[in-house]
Design a protein around this ligand. Structure first.
Ligand SMILES: Nc1ncnc2c1ncn2[C@@H]1O[C@H](COP(=O)(O)OP(=O)(O)OP(=O)(O)O)[C@@H](O)[C@H]1O
Length: 263
């Protein structure tokens, strides 16, 4: 579903990613990890068509992605950012945020689609006419996820989707992402610093350092620390992922959280 072959990406002529290659099968979930500035978000942006200075091949669903987002690419893939407060317009209601992609794409049944989208992310219909500042961080991220799903994309590009949230809320959002992926057969590509999150949500991971992918491994390696490179072992040890373990988040809690209602 996603394939990169020898991709290089630059900002103003200055290369920040080089020789990036990996593939994510349809319905798969893949993580890009690595320290700050290693180029993870840049790779995600290039796939979304938001980093136009690039070389090499980027294919999504078998087709080259355009250097800038198009209506067609927006239906195929959507991005969810770290800070939902920044990605939602402060003076637009939830209803407006969710309706906008439908209007742009000329889709009908807006009322029903908005209500269904709210339900799908576990929000009561009374949230529909709220403004972002009237929502908690977790509720805002639910709205951002609902908005990303309005066009029924097949690929979700997730840039630190839970790192701005409190730990307990993080688990709820991760469970939601896990359920949505299972229900819809979505393909996830996620950028994060948080290795337990990777263990919970992803099957494979690529470790980036200084703009290059230095190792690709199954996320099962997070349990054993069985990485090929010194750098990946260092990253694994430094974050304490081996101590916390991917079991930190209980898969059993998927779907058991009650729908968020008026608070
Ligand atoms: N819009 C931009 N213009 C110029 N340089 C940029 C831009 N965005 C990122 N960079 C630079 O590109 C390099 C890679 O940044 P990127 O944000 O992709 O790293 P990252 O691994 O996602 O880091 P973080 O985990 O902090 O988000 C960094 O040196 C960064 O300063």
């Amino acid at each position: 579903m996603i394939e990169l072959r020898n991709v290089a990406i630059a900002y103003d002529g200055h290369r920040v990613v080089e020789g990036a290659s990996f593939a994510v099968p349809e319905g798969g979930s893949f993580a890009l990890v690595g320290e700050s500035g290693s180029g993870k978000s840049t790779v995600l942006k290039a796939i979304a068509g938001l980093a136009p200075e690039r070389e090499g091949t980027i294919l999504v669903d078998g087709a080259p992605v355009p250097p800038r987002p198009t209506l067609e690419s927006a239906r195929l893939m959507q991005m969810v950012f770290q800070d939902p407060y920044a990605s939602l317009h402060p003076r637009r209601t939830v209803d407006a945020a969710l309706s906008e992609p439908l209007a742009i794409h000329g889709l009908k049944d807006r009322d029903a689609r908005v209500e269904r989208a709210l339900r799908d992310v576990g929000l009561d219909r009374r949230f529909r006419f709220r403004y972002p500042h009237q929502l908690s961080g977790g509720q805002r991220q639910r709205v951002a996820i609902a908005r990303a799903l309005m066009l029924e994309p097949r690929v979700m590009l997730l840039d630190e989707p839970t790192s701005a949230l409190d730990v307990s809320v993080q688990a709820e959002i991760l469970n939601l992402l896990k359920r949505l992926r299972a229900e819809r057969g979505l393909t996830y590509l996620m950028v994060t610093h948080n290795l337990p999150v990777v263990g919970f949500l992803c099957e494979r991971m690529a470790v980036m350092q200084g703009g290059r992918i230095v190792e690709e491994a199954p996320t099962a390696a997070l349990r054993t620390g069985d990485f090929a490179t010194e750098y990946a072992r260092h990253l694994h040890g430094a974050t304490g992922a081996d101590l916390m373990g991917p079991d930190l988040l209980e898969p059993e809690s998927v779907d058991t959280a009650p729908m968020e209602t008026e608070k």
